[in-house]
Design a protein around this ligand. Structure first.
Ligand SMILES: *Cc1c(COP(=O)(O)O)cnc(C)c1O
Length: 427
């Protein structure tokens, strides 16, 4: 055993459960040894053996302008030199809030936090505090962070409440969560008919990216908007992943639907821990110190993290940024589909802005049940063939992929060369 990745993995497992600080990094789904990353630049990162990979996870979304962008690195270095954390307000936080409110028109006021989990957890508490109701609706396959009441799978019947998907979550904590199928408008209608006056909120990934990429139908989003309005329930768009990923203004701009509260993360931190939740001012006024909904954070709005976020938000507003990102992502998925077809492998792919999905299936899935039908074993083999050829895809058949502004034509073509070889071996 001479590979430094193996040595590091052995060492990591002694002091860290599973050797990683977030489960999907452990390669449990695809098998093999996780790569330990030493540095990154543009569309690439390098492992402990100094092997270079074309990176299609981009830190699971944040690295939208490419790794170690000089403007972002300079902003972080300058901020760090002025002080790492004050525990008192800064002007940068105001600028960040103003930028978010300007870019996402449904957000009138916003609070900064340090992770997407905190953002969605706090958004739920706000929805419950503002409505005085307990019940919430979520959709199977959508991930909203690891708060207790959100680690839930559907109960046995449509209108029965959910069961915990994690040990350590009391059933009492999930008994207010109703889990419905993504893109199923009839289930939404039925749920609101039965208990609309008890539903505090509906929380959804308006473009789903945590069960592979699954797009919503316009009707699905429109129906939940209408039902929430009719029943006085709060519509929470969890745009932690899709916000500033599918386009400027996120999924709500793309589909023309206003959320009441939006959760953001990933891209808005530019690689450092910044997330946020915000929405209508009449809802946000329920937050402490103005109102009775409590929420706080020692490092919330951290000046170094905000500097990374603000400089990233500036870069993504450059003319043509999303046109280029969308075009490169399309080139990738079209090229992959063509390569699979030429090799005779059952495969399809889809994308939205800088987010993409790969499916070893006949057609693009529209729900958790459908995506689970795809060929996981084929994906796992494809993943390792690509990894060996220097292309790092998400190490799971049920995760979306991410392209950055630095994935130029040469990088996409190098990926497709690797893919042609991989598909030929799969056929
Ligand atoms: C990543 C993600 C979260 C959780 O964010 P963390 O920063 O990992 O806590 C929540 N919702 C969605 C849609 C996500 O993709």
């Amino acid at each position: 055993m001479t590979d430094r990745n193996d040595i590091l993995f052995q060492r990591a497992q002694k002091t860290t459960p599973g050797g990683v600080n977030s489960p999907v990094r452990a390669f449990r789904s695809v098998g093999g040894t996780p790569r330990f990353i030493t540095r990154a630049e543009g569309p690439y990162f390098w492992d402990a053996e100094d092997r270079r990979y074309i990176d299609y996870i981009g830190s699971w979304g944040p690295a939208i302008v490419g790794h170690t962008h000089p403007v972002v690195v300079k902003a972080v270095q300058d901020a760090a030199a002025r002080g790492l954390s004050f525990g008192a307000p800064t002007e940068g936080e105001i600028e960040m809030a103003e930028e978010i409110c300007r870019l996402v028109p449904s957000i009138e006021q916003v609070r900064l936090v340090s992770s997407g989990t905190e953002a969605t957890m706090s958004a739920l508490r706000l929805a419950r505090g503002a409505t005085g109701r307990d019940k919430i609706v979520k959709f199977e396959g959508c991930y909203h962070g690891h708060a207790d009441s959100l680690l839930v799978k559907a109960g046995s019947g449509l209108l029965t409440f959910g069961n915990p998907t994690s040990a350590g979550v009391p059933e009492d904590f999930t008994k207010h969560t109703l889990v419905l199928d993504y893109n199923n408008t009839q289930q939404l209608e039925d749920a609101f008919k039965a208990m609309g006056h008890e539903i505090a909120c509906v929380i959804v990934e308006p473009v789903a990216g945590n069960m592979n990429l699954i797009k919503p139908t316009q009707e699905f989003l429109q129906t939940m908007r209408r039902l929430c309005t009719e029943h006085g329930s709060v519509l929470i768009f969890d745009e932690v992943m899709c916000g500033f990923r599918v386009g400027l203004g996120g999924a709500q701009a793309l589909y023309g639907i206003q959320a009441d509260i939006t959760a953001l993360g990933k891209v808005i931190g530019g690689g450092l821990p910044v997330a946020a939740f915000g929405g209508r001012a009449d809802l946000m006024k329920h937050m402490a110190p103005l109102g009775g909904v409590y929420q706080a954070g020692t490092l919330s709005g951290n000046p170094v993290a905000v500097a990374a976020g603000l400089s990233t938000l500036k870069l993504i507003q450059q003319p043509g940024f999303y046109e280029n990102l969308t075009a490169q992502t399309s080139k990738l998925v079209q090229g992959l589909s063509a390569a699979a077809k030429a090799a005779g492998v059952t495969f399809c792919a889809d994308s939205q802005g800088g987010m993409f999905g790969l499916y070893f299936a006949d057609s693009v899935p529209g729900s958790y049940g459908a995506v689970m039908q795809s060929d996981k074993e084929k994906f796992n083999r494809f993943f390792h063939l690509m990894l060996d050829a220097g292309v790092y895809l998400a190490p799971s058949a049920f995760e979306a992929g991410f392209v950055s502004a630095q994935h130029d034509d040469a990088v996409i073509e190098a990926t497709l060369v690797a893919a042609r070889g991989a598909f030929a071996q799969l056929a």
